[in-house]
Design a protein around this ligand. Sequence first.
Ligand SMILES: *Cc1c(COP(=O)(O)O)cnc(C)c1O
Length: 385
Amino acid sequence: MDLSYILNELGEEREQYFNAVAPPIIQTSNFTFKNVAEFRNALADEYEAILYSRGNNPTVDILRKKLAALDGAEDALVFGSGIAAIAIPILALLKQGDHIVSVARPYSWTVKLFERLLPKFGITTTFVDGTRTENFNTAIQSNTRLLYLESPNTFTYELQDLNALATLAKSKHILTMIDNSYCSPLNQQPYKMGIDLVAQSATKFIGGHSDVVAGVVTGSKALIKKIFDAEFLNIGGNISPMNAWLLIRGLRTLPLRLQRVCDSTKVIVDFLANHPRVERVLFPFHPSFPQYELAKKQMLDAGGLFSIVLKAKALEDVERFCNSLKHFFLAVSWGGHESLVVPALVGFPATDFDVANPNHRLIRLYIGLEDPNYLIADLKQALEK
Ligand SMILES: *Cc1c(COP(=O)(O)O)cnc(C)c1O
């Protein structure tokens, strides 16, 4: 399906709402029925019905159609956060006694899901170094139900070979799920590579303006219906119509924003890779990246997030660099219009800092929509301090 058609037309039945160009925000919890028979049919299969906005809502439905089409999948479910789009499908598809093989170091709340929440329900997880496909194969047990992937992750960017893992999982009748937030559907298409469920934090590139928290999962109609009928309705992690509308608006400019972010990132990565105060850069599309070949093979483009290891003699050097940046905000999240910086050392007590450990001198940068020269000038002055 043509990208322009998906973003500008798909799912939008304008003649039903006065030919308005922007879709209406159907801000209602509830929907009425003409008669008892219609009411009964809606209750019998809520997946196909418009009954109550915890399940289906017409504004959210426009967004679902677009997000499913962007991944080349049959259907999508939209949630009130990215982590709900990961946790709820896993709770829906796995049961007590099941086992997950997960890539090491996925998103921080995904780690907590696997280490704290799922064990309460008798679901266990083995983490493996995902840069080698064999590691997944070795960790698979007779009760393994899911291979969980995040390629690349959003701090150190290790990749998994998605084609190889989809083939491995299919041969053993194991489900595969990926967190595709880093790439978005425009830069990587895991569903087309055989991955069953593609989750994404829509808070990041889809929203794009740092004003909505939301998530999406896409997959086959059978899997999405299974998630919808049980845990989606039961846990109630749905998105509001207003936030769905903001994501539809975000989608209109997604290709333009992502192109800008990816182009600027490459210019800035090149600047930093050649700077004497930078020990190394970590970015999947930089030739120095250990999995550069795989990145070029399975990703269409890369940009936004990358990390640097700063040459520093002490904690204060890293802090001074970050504090000196004027146009990179110190903040979590990413994917919006504004550039951001996160030093790894915010994640542990200052007294634990070990200058010999490059991971402690790691700094993650997100490149927003600003002029790359404006950002380079800022990085330059901060590095000189
Ligand atoms: C932000 C993020 C999430 C969680 O999404 P929320 O919308 O914050 O719940 C999951 N995975 C990755 C890679 C993220 O960056």
